[in-house]
Ligand binder design. Structure first.
Ligand SMILES: [Zn+2]
Length: 168
């Protein structure tokens, strides 16, 4: 399940990119993780955590395989990032996820003190970062997360649509 992200070299090539290009590049990697979930017959959601110019945590939805309601992509990525950085706080980290986080994952993002969240598709049914709830919003809880939604949203939504289309 876990990969040793801590040993990756810093991805200094990111420095040459604009913030928008960097977000897209990293969202593409999260989309690749979501595709991996789909290949494993899991609802396709992928996430990664970036800190200090490198990826320190990766996750894809593993609820079915793990028979565990908490194995959302974001939870796995946050757990791996905490292990890589050696603490529960992930300051100055950005979490990329292909789908707007649910209340559990938004809670974990806040609890880990993650600085910034970038998500792909909005989730009108259970999104907790602006759609149904806005847990990350300013001043609501003890930590505020800067949120950017809609990055490569069509690709993320497309993966989900294809997956549920096949299920029918
Ligand atoms: Zn979740």
């Amino acid at each position: 399940m876990s990969q040793d992200c801590a040993k990756q070299p810093p991805q200094s090539d990111w420095a040459a990119l604009t913030p928008e290009q960097r977000d897209e590049l990293l969202m593409r990697q999260a989309l690749a993780l979501a595709a991996r979930a789909a290949a494993e017959d899991e609802v396709p959601v992928g996430a990664l955590v970036v800190a200090g110019g490198r990826i320190v945590g990766r996750g894809w939805n593993q609820r079915e395989a793990g028979r565990d309601a908490t194995l959302h992509a974001e939870m796995i990525a946050i757990r791996e990032a905490c292990a890589a950085l050696g603490g529960w706080r992930l300051p100055d980290a950005t979490l990329y996820v292909t789908l707007e986080p649910c209340p559990m994952c938004a809670g974990a993002i806040i609890n880990a003190r993650i600085d910034r969240l970038v998500f792909g598709a909005a989730d009108q049914k259970s999104g907790a970062c602006g759609s149904v709830l806005d847990l990350c919003g300013k001043g609501l809880l003890n930590h505020t997360v800067a949120v950017a939604g809609g990055v490569l949203a069509d690709e993320a939504a497309g993966l989900l649509k294809d997956f549920f289309g096949r299920k029918r």
